[in-house]
Design a protein around this ligand. Sequence first.
Ligand code: NDP
Length: 271
Amino acid sequence: MQSSSVLSNGVEMPLLGLGVWRVQEGQEVVSSVKHAIQVGYRSIDTAAVYANEEGVGKAIQEAGVPRKDLFITTKVWNANQGYDSTLQAFEESKKKLGLNYLDLYLIHWPVKGKYKETWKAIEKLYKDGEVRAIGVSNFHIHHLQDLISEAEHVPMVNQVEYHPLLSQKELLTFCKENKIQLEAWSPLMQGNLNLPLLAELSEKYKKTPAQIILRWDLQHGVVTIPKSITPHRIEENANVFDFELSAEDMERIDGLNQNKRFGPDPDNFAF
Ligand code: NDP
């Protein structure tokens, strides 16, 4: 569980973390995050728009693991994009989380006409030592190319929807070539795990369908952040470091791709 990826700036990012989208602020988020940290998770993925940063911060305080051993990600929401507003949004997130630095700060979606100014603010936060690594989310290759053409720093991470029905081969290759760590959101297809191949591999490897997918992420070099509020699933999702999928089975899972999205396409979102 302590396996990590080394980002382009040398910072280590855990390969597996806990996602907290749609986890309720208060008791629900506090107990899920605390449980995850207590069973060995070190990375937590939240966002300003999830409205649960305070609870994540409380769980971090109560879990009793040194801050330096944790990797905390949050994201600037679309309405706050722009230079000054991003700097302000960062301060608010930091305050809600009760932290004096962040490990990773991401642009949540590529808002047209705004994301370059937002990136400048994020680069300043990085230069000022407010955040250890910086990146983007929901960026297609053309968004990355556009951003990189003027950026001082290439994003260290791109967090996108990624799972067996949306395996994003070209994007993964582009990111590897540019030393951008790909990170999978909705890795478990939001709980839609009922695919015959996953059931077959589950039987073969004596692992659950969720564990088969998370292992597939790891073997592709993709960081993954499954969400669960269920203690035994939080544990199950982390128990993926003791087996290996064969090259042939990796290819069979790759073959499930249908370019199917459970979330919006970054070229067409209206929020
Ligand atoms: P996931 O693909 O992680 O699926 C979560 C769902 O699967 C929940 O209903 C959960 O149920 C269920 N589940 C979890 N573990 C298991 C298991 N072992 N077996 C069966 N079912 C399981 O969905 P998310 O969309 O939440 O994505 C993960 C994270 O990615 C988010 O929480 C967020 O941090 C990030 N994200 C980022 C986005 C972005 O735009 N950057 C967009 C969307 C997500 P239960 O909780 O009841 O156990």
